[in-house]
Structure formats: structure tokens, C-alpha cells
Design a protein around this ligand. Sequence first.
Ligand SMILES: Cc1cc2nc3c(=O)[nH]c(=O)nc-3n(C[C@H](O)[C@H](O)[C@H](O)COP(=O)(O)OP(=O)(O)OC[C@H]3O[C@@H](n4cnc5c(N)ncnc54)[C@H](O)[C@@H]3O)c2cc1C
Length: 331
Amino acid sequence: MAVNPRTLEILEPTGVTEKMLALGLPFRGVRFSQRGKPARELLFKGQVHHKYPFILGLSQATTERLLAVAFENAGGKIERGVELIGCRNEAKTVLTELRHCSDNSRETVFASWILAADGAHSTARKTLNVDFPGSSFEKPWHLADLPLSTPFEEDLGHVLFLDGNRFIFFIRVIDDITEPPKQNPIWRVISPQENTLEEIADVEPAGAPIWKSAFHISHRINRQFQVGNVFFAGDAAHIHSPIGARGMNLGLEDANIFSRLVTSRQMRRYEDLRKTVDKGVVKKNRTVVANRPWRNSNEAPHMLGAIELARANSAVAPAISENCYRPGSFC
Ligand SMILES: Cc1cc2nc3c(=O)[nH]c(=O)nc-3n(C[C@H](O)[C@H](O)[C@H](O)COP(=O)(O)OP(=O)(O)OC[C@H]3O[C@@H](n4cnc5c(N)ncnc54)[C@H](O)[C@@H]3O)c2cc1C
């Protein structure tokens, strides 16, 4: 849902940024409320020193659609319904075994390298026995995208802290801001607890959820980002809580750095460049979500943690470019 400034910057040459900006809604910041009253506000302006001093609200589905069109316009071909069932390094190539889902036929493809971006349950990672250490929360978190009747300002994320250190998070779901809503605006509601929405005054469902899900939170990162000529990116390499709104953004950064390294024939630097950055994000997320450093504070610990995370995640975006990619440093 949230596209960070660094992503907007790296996608500029593809023309996708312009389209994203036309369809998305810039979020100004996050408002934190406690016991029904606004308590703190983190505004990105002044905090995020970047050409795009905001987080762009745009659904991942729209972002993926725009990227797919740009890829195909650039001559790329996306084959759907083809599953990677195994891969192994051979002398100077990678042997990949594919299954065509339409007729169950198999195909063997030799590639000089592959970038495995096959998600959190990566077949490539499992096949190559890459360790994926970290931890997972026992209980699932709950998500619903639904029309709401609410006084919330749409260009802010809203975090409401409830009794017992519980919280609920609201963010507008934007597919295309130019299309007038057919009904009440759709909001994404996320909470570690079920049915917390019922506790919130002034916020009423205005229809059935268009999507409802429970998901598990894990903080994990691959032991290796490269095994021979197989490289890992996105959730296949690292996962963390969605509260940071960084997973997709980080994966796009991985892909961007990887493509530059391929062009400059410096792929061996990939693990070094990306693992440091990705590990830092996973660690920060885990620390904030697990809430450790704020235990002794007088303020609601979740609130400080969340503010810290929002600040870190918005501000870290341009800093990432300084850490791992300086134009001209390796291209
Ligand atoms: C509730 C929630 C909210 C989130 N909000 C944000 C946000 O605001 N901002 C943000 O940056 N991130 C967010 N994320 C994280 C983000 O959705 C993920 O990090 C991102 O989707 C990871 O992209 P990926 O391409 O690496 O993996 P995936 O999105 O999992 O894609 C992997 C692809 O590989 C395919 N695949 C899997 N196995 C195989 C195989 N064996 N062969 C062929 N294909 C295969 C899958 O079908 C899929 O298409 C959120 C996550 C959640 C759960």
C-alpha cells in the first residue's frame, strides 16, 4: 500500500513513477491517537528530505500492473502459470526445472544466472538449502479492506492505541485516485487482535469487506543472498512485519541494485550491498514490533515504537541510496 520516496526515485527512468504519482495519494504522515484523542502526529514534510517528501498510497496491485506494462513495453516477456520446481548450479550455469501449469509439462532451462524472487516460501531457497533464520509470532494479525464511514483524514495513516497495549491501524486503499469512489472510501484495517474495529467510536463499516485475511508476522533473513549463480531478492530473501510498509519497497531496491550490477558485471557485490541494508531494516522492524527499547518509558510503549518506526521508515528511504548505491560507484 505504501510506496516510499526511494522507490519513486529508482523507478523514474522507467516512466512508472510518473504514472504512480498520477494514480496514488501522497500520505502526509501518521496520526497516533490514544483513548479516542489524537496524541501525536508524525508529518513527513520536514522529516523526509527528499524530492518526494511523502509516502505514496497506491495499492500493490496497481504498482505491479504498472511495472508489468513497463517491463513488456521495454521488450520483456512475463510468462504466467510457469512454476519453478527446482534449480541447481552447474559449472557456469544454473539449471532450472520448470512446470507448465496448463498441461503439467516440464521444461529444463539453462541460465547464466537467476534472480529468485519467488516470495517468502521460495522454492529456490529451499532447493539450495539456504538457511532462513529468524523468528515468527505465534498468533496471526488480522486485516480487512472495507468501506468505512469515518471522520479520518484520508491523507494520513491512523494508529489508534487501545487499552491493554493493543492497537489498530487504518490506511486508505488507493487503486486509482482519479476514479471517483462508487461508495464510501475503502480503508485497510490491520490489528494484532480480531474485531477491534467494533471498539472504535465514529468508525462504522459501510459495507462488507472486499478482502479479509489473517497473516503471520515473521522476521527472517537469508543466511546467503547468493549461492553460485542464484541470487535472492524480495521476500525470498527477507521478511518482516508490514507495519514498516517496506517489504515491496525493499524488494524493488534489491532488483534495482541487482540490475545495475548485472549491467556492470559486478554481481558478486550483490550480497554485500543488499544484505547489510535488508538486515538493518528487518532488525529495526523486529525491535520496534517486539517493543523492547521503550519498556521503561512513561508513554504508551507501542506509541513510541510506532512513531520511531514510521520516522525510520520514511527517513531511511533516501539514506538507503547513500548506503548501498551511489551513482557512478559501480555502474
Ligand atoms: C498486510 C500486508 C501489508 C503490506 N504492506 C506493504 C506496504 O505498504 N509497503 C510495502 O513495501 N510492502 C508491504 N507489504 C509487504 C509486501 O507485500 C511484500 O514484501 C511483497 O509482496 C514481496 O514481493 P515479492 O515479489 O518478493 O514476493 P511475492 O509478492 O510473494 O511474490 C512472489 C511471486 O512469486 C510467485 N512464485 C512463488 N513461488 C513460485 C515458484 N516456485 N515458481 C514460480 N513463481 C513462484 C508467486 O506466485 C508470486 O507471484 C505488506 C505485506 C502484508 C502482508
